[in-house]
Write a protein that binds this ligand. Structure first.
Ligand code: PMP
Length: 364
């Protein structure tokens, strides 16, 4: 629509216009119920049909096998930092963390409260620009799991393949918040996947969990009931009042992703967008620079700096005048960051690239 602008924010982020329009058309009277999804009982048949369809569509998108539970929870991905160790470890059990950015770092720090964390590799001293060779990692065979963050939202570092877990149970736990549903993923490689919804699949307030069912049911005694994945699974995410409206929007997004042809099609679009933007950076003769090693550059969050850093504030200001917002880098790293999640169109990326070229011509 005319009055919509290009939102490159990292999350909450742009949602498909089609989804927003559908939600608008159903807002006052969902499917003849005479009320909005916000107003209906979470135990009534209407909402049950909404959450069941959302789950079924997500299972189709990611080919999630029946021995995995799918949960729609609250507390954001940050709460799952704690839930992972609370559910999968006894107090003091060893766990391995591979830290490729500040979200993995945060996850490891939270887990220290409930398990014995070993950071087996951290890119911090190099400002998180790469992922190590998996062969050089020393994993602990007794670790309960290996934790990774598949896409570091702030540093723009994304796993293109995954390490083989060397712990006895073969468990990888993955924070997929910022690349969830951006490409196909073999769920069976993971014991636990979690993601905040507010980047690729919905509004904030929903945290999605995909967990192998045999791993749950042994939560530490101190685990708050809301964080006990077994309780949540047994109650189909309805132990208490869930974030109903958010789950409904996620469901509309899943439907839209299926209509677009599924995650292989989505990945193709994301690759095209990523290529377009990274090419513009790499072909700028150093006017723009992306610090991340090429092989692991994120297709979701593209961080870059200007050779003349004093121009960055001007870049952000002028971009906003051209209806492109959300481009300021995270407060911890500065620079520019363009988040180009599923719902950012190629047109939006092309607009940004045209602006970057024009800005360079005027200031280069
Ligand atoms: N993990 C990653 C990779 C993230 O990008 C974020 C949020 N930006 C979080 C965790 C924290 O998510 P939440 O705000 O939902 O707790």
């Amino acid at each position: 629509a005319e009055d919509r602008i290009f939102n490159f924010g990292a999350g909450p982020a742009v949602l498909p216009e089609k989804v927003l329009r559908k939600a608008q058309s159903e807002l006052l009277n969902w499917h003849g119920s005479g009320m909005s999804v916000m107003e209906m009982s979470h135990r009534g048949k209407d909402f049950i049909s909404i959450i069941e369809k959302a789950e079924a569509d997500l299972r189709t998108l990611l080919s999630i096998p029946q021995d995995y539970a799918v949960l729609f929870l609250q507390g954001g991905a940050t709460t799952l930092f704690a839930s992972a160790s609370l559910n999968l470890c006894n107090p003091g059990d060893p766990v391995d963390y591979l830290v490729t950015g500040s979200w993995g770092d945060k996850a490891s720090k939270e887990a220290k409260k409930y398990a014995k964390v070993n950071v087996i590799w951290s890119g911090k001293s190099e400002n998180y620009v790469r992922i190590p060779d998996f062969d050089e990692l020393e994993q602990n065979p007794d670790a309960k799991y290996l934790h990774i963050c598949t896409n570091e939202t702030i540093h723009g570092v994304e796993f293109k393949n995954y390490p083989t877990p060397k712990n006895k149970n073969g468990i990888i736990v993955a924070d997929m918040s910022s690349n969830f549903c951006s490409k196909p993923v073999d769920v069976t490689k993971f014991g636990l996947i979690y993601a905040g919804a507010q980047k690729n699949v919905g509004p904030s307030g929903v945290a999605i969990v995909i967990v192998r069912k045999d791993l749950i049911g042994k939560a530490q005694e101190i685990t708050p009931i809301m964080l006990d994945l077994k309780i949540q699974a047994e109650n189909k995410s309805l132990y208490n009042t869930p974030p109903c409206f958010g789950i409904y929007i996620c469901g509309l997004v899943f439907e839209d992703l299926l209509e677009q042809g599924g995650l292989m099609e989505i990945e193709k679009k994301n690759k095209k967008k990523g290529e377009t933007l990274y090419d513009a950076i790499d072909n700028s003769n150093g006017f723009y620079r992306c610090p991340v090693e090429k092989s692991v550059r994120s297709l979701m969050n593209v961080p870059f700096t200007l050779e003349r850093s004093e121009l960055e504030a001007e870049f952000i200001k002028e971009a906003a005048k051209e209806k492109m917002v959300g481009l300021k880098g995270h407060r911890s790293v500065g620079g520019i960051r363009a988040s180009i999640y599923n719902a950012m169109t190629l047109l939006g990326v092309e607009n940004l690239v045209a602006f970057m070229e024009d800005f360079k011509a005027r200031h280069g």
